[in-house]
Design a protein around this ligand. Structure first.
Ligand code: COA
Ligand code: ZN
Length: 306
């Protein structure tokens, strides 16, 4: 039987958060539905952050209220602090992703706390998750390179991963926030983490800034990782991390894994439609590295039909 890969779609959160054109909740839900039609079953659907810091996420509660109520789909919300956790619970969220950047400068830029202050606060949130029966994930962000402090040592990632797992996080999203990781660095980091805690405990969150996202995903898959964050059309980037470009494109990772015999449950042509929805909503030209091939196939088909 083919091995399964889970792609967690983060376009609605990481993808949209820095878009200057506001996409109202019904547009976000249209995109979610197009992605569900394409077979996606795991979403980071929004974030309960300060609407002053990220206006695009101001309607997080409306998005959660409008998502199709289905047992076979996990909807995650990013939460930066206890206030965010309270808001998420009020909105009926069942899965929360806490965001801890592992360098002080990045964490201050992002959520105005030192790493230690955030860790103490997230330890409280994780206790509440256990009491409330909420599934939890912790991002270990800037795990490869910090835009302010340079290359992140593997030991630093190990230390904060340990802290979050010990506090009760069910798994860790290892984030190459600005898309600056290299294949060798990825192999070193992921093999160390997998060696300590096992591959099930990790998801890999990649950005394609230097065209390395698919390569790093493959390197991590070889180390046993089966969960990946990706964003439709490669939409995305963090407004507080200079140099962050779009996320790994859902269509690039889905195609890579499907064509190599893994099962993602995703219909690639459905993703093509979802890219169209995302383009209409944002006014951008989108698409992963597979787009050129898609366009050439479509041109051939159009010619054949004439
Ligand atoms: N949701 C909504 N509002 C929040 C909030 C949350 N989770 N946390 C704080 N606030 C509000 C406070 O109520 C306060 O409102 P007021 O100005 O109307 O009184 C205001 O934000 C400032 O609160 P404070 O605790 O001083 O926060 P801050 O200015 O230090 O900002 C964060 C901290 C975490 C709220 C803010 O930096 C943030 O939302 N960052 C998110 C960054 C992000 O989304 N990054 C991308 C994803 S990794
Ligand atoms: Zn990201």
């Amino acid at each position: 039987m083919a091995e399964k890969i889970l792609i967690n779609e983060v376009g609605l959160r990481d993808g949209l958060q820095m878009q200057p054109k506001f996409v109202p909740a019904d547009g976000k839900l249209e995109l979610a539905n197009a992605l569900i039609d394409a077979g996606l079953r795991s979403f980071e659907a929004s974030s309960f952050v300060s609407p002053k810091a990220v206006p695009q996420m101001a309607d997080a509660a409306d998005v959660f209220a409008g998502l199709p109520d289905r047992d076979d789909i996990d909807y995650w919300a990013l939460v930066p602090n206890e206030r965010g956790y309270d808001r998420a619970i009020e909105a009926g969220v069942r899965n929360v992703a806490l965001v801890l950047s592992v360098t002080d400068t990045m964490n201050q830029e992002n959520i105005r706390m030192s790493v230690e202050e955030s860790a103490i606060m997230f330890e409280r949130v994780l206790k509440r998750c256990a009491q409330d029966g909420i599934k939890s994930r912790a991002y270990v962000a800037v795990a490869f390179v910090c835009p302010f402090e340079g290359i992140t040592p593997v030991d630093t990632v190990v230390r904060w991963t340990d802290r979050m797992l010990s506090a009760g996080a069910e798994d860790i999203s290892v984030a190459d926030t600005i898309g600056a990781g290299t294949p060798t660095q990825c192999k070193d980091l992921i093999s160390t983490l997998v060696g300590k805690w096992g591959a099930d405990k990790f998801c890999l969150h990649l950005h394609d800034t230097r065209a390395m996202a698919a390569t790093l995903a493959w390197v991590a898959a070889e180390e046993g990782i089966r969960k990946f964050d990706a964003s439709i059309g490669g939409l995305g980037g963090c407004p507080f991390a200079p140099g962050a470009a779009g996320n790994a494109a859902t269509e690039d990772l889905a195609f890579m894994f499907e064509s190599s015999g893994y099962e993602t449950g995703i219909d690639i042509s459905g993703l093509r439609k979802a890219v169209g929805v995302a383009e209409r909503l944002t006014g951008l030209t989108l698409g992963g590295r597979i787009t050129k091939w898609w366009l050439s196939q479509e041109a051939k088909q159009a010619q054949a039909a004439q």
